[in-house]
Design a protein around this ligand. Structure first.
Ligand code: NAI
Ligand code: OAA
Length: 332
């Protein structure tokens, strides 16, 4: 029997990530090649014409899995009945800005969209916040949508995770699909901590630790970390626009693994509501190593944290606590 379509909301759908993301969803990259979808696309009134253009292109692309498109500037219509919400809408960072510089513009958007989701989305709707500052927008959304379970509200750090895999694969000249179990800890910002202490590479003689294969701690503790932390800024410098295709692809990875599960023996990074694991203060949306099964995520527990890592985990938690206070001051 044909599967019921899943309703996927993409906010900011007329923007550059939206434009890359909606065809990926319609092709099955997010929910699988046998899962029909109905796309809900939200943008703001000045983008109405562009949004309609995206809708026309979706029709023209004749995607077999796409069973309907709602293109609207009405937040209630956009949120009604959605099972997955990918929150991309917002004001992007420009060259020379830190992500928290876009805070005041974005947190007020997330406060109002929280209420629309809470009232109109399908029960158990899974939410992924992409727009920056992603962790803090997700936290605001959680706080202003108290009836959505906190487990259902996450933010995107999978792009940073994938960037870390990419850097290791380039350094070792191995295929990116053979590298696993890097971790992004903390904030989707330049204080994030890309950690390879538990990462490995599949080789013909079994899995080998990344640290051993790289054999250069100075690079791993220095240039590797800063390259991943600063990759978003490097893309902005090169393109004069922030990452879009890689962000869209990573958003698909995030939802796909959350819904369909992570492969046995490997984990991903997701920004989730901290339960105090690894002594990260509870009540922050913080990126952890995560496995997913049956549509639920769990933090990977019990990994060893050395002194170098401890300081990095604490630093990015500190930044998130400060962002949280700043966000509240923007809202008052
Ligand atoms: N977490 C992550 O890994 C990444 C996050 N980002 C962030 O994603 C966001 C989107 O980036 P782009 O698509 O490049 O920006 P963009 O400016 O091309 O698109 C944003 C879209 O959001 C719309 N929008 C603004 N306010 C809205 C509202 N209240 N409701 C619905 N739509 C609204 C705009 O009209 C625009 O069409 C930015 O905040 C950016 O910083 C970007 C890359 C990676
Ligand atoms: O850097 C930015 O503002 C966009 C972004 O979040 C990223 O590419 O990681």
């Amino acid at each position: 029997m044909a599967k019921e379509p899943v309703r996927v909301l993409v906010t900011g759908a007329a923007g550059q990530i939206g434009y890359a993301l909606v065809p990926m969803v319609a092709r099955g990259a997010m929910l699988g090649l046998n899962q029909p979808v109905i796309l809900h696309m939200l943008d703001i009134p000045p983008a109405t014409e562009a949004l309609n253009g995206v809708k026309m292109e979706l029709v023209d692309a004749a995607f077999p899995l796409l069973k309907g498109v709602v293109a609207t500037t009405d937040v209630i219509e956009a949120c009604t009945g959605v099972n997955i919400a990918v929150m991309v809408g917002g004001f992007p960072r420009k060259e020379g800005m830190e992500r928290k510089d876009v805070m005041s513009k974005n947190v007020s958007i997330y406060k109002s969209q929280a209420s629309a989701l809470e009232k109109h989305a399908a029960p158990n709707c899974k939410v992924l916040v992409v727009a920056n500052p992603a962790n803090t927008n997700a936290l605001i959304l959680k706080e202003f949508a108290p009836s959505i379970p906190e487990r259902n509200i996450t933010c995107l750090t999978r792009l940073d995770h994938n960037r870390a895999l990419g850097q290791i694969s380039e350094r070792l000249n191995v295929h990116v699909g053979d590298v696993k179990n890097v971790i992004i800890w903390g904030n989707h910002s330049s204080t994030q901590y890309p950690d390879v202490n538990h990462a490995s590479v599949k080789t013909s003689s079994g899995d080998k630790p990344v640290r051993e294969l790289v054999g250069n701690d100075e690079w791993l503790k220095g240039e590797f970390i800063t390259t991943v932390q600063q990759r978003g800024a490097a893309i902005i410098k090169a393109r004069k626009l922030s990452s879009a295709l890689s962000a869209a692809s990573s958003a698909c990875d995030h939802i796909r693994d959350w819904v369909l599960g992570t492969p046995e023996g490997s984990w991903v990074s997701m920004g989730v509501y901290s339960d105090g694991s690894y002594n990260v203060p509870a009540g922050l949306i913080y990126s952890f190593p995560i496995t997913c099964k049956n549509g639920e995520w769990s933090i990977v527990k019990g990994l060893s944290i050395d002194d170098f890592s401890r300081k990095k985990l604490d630093l990015t938690a500190q930044e998130l606590s400060e962002e949280k206070s700043l966000a509240y001051s923007c809202l008052s």
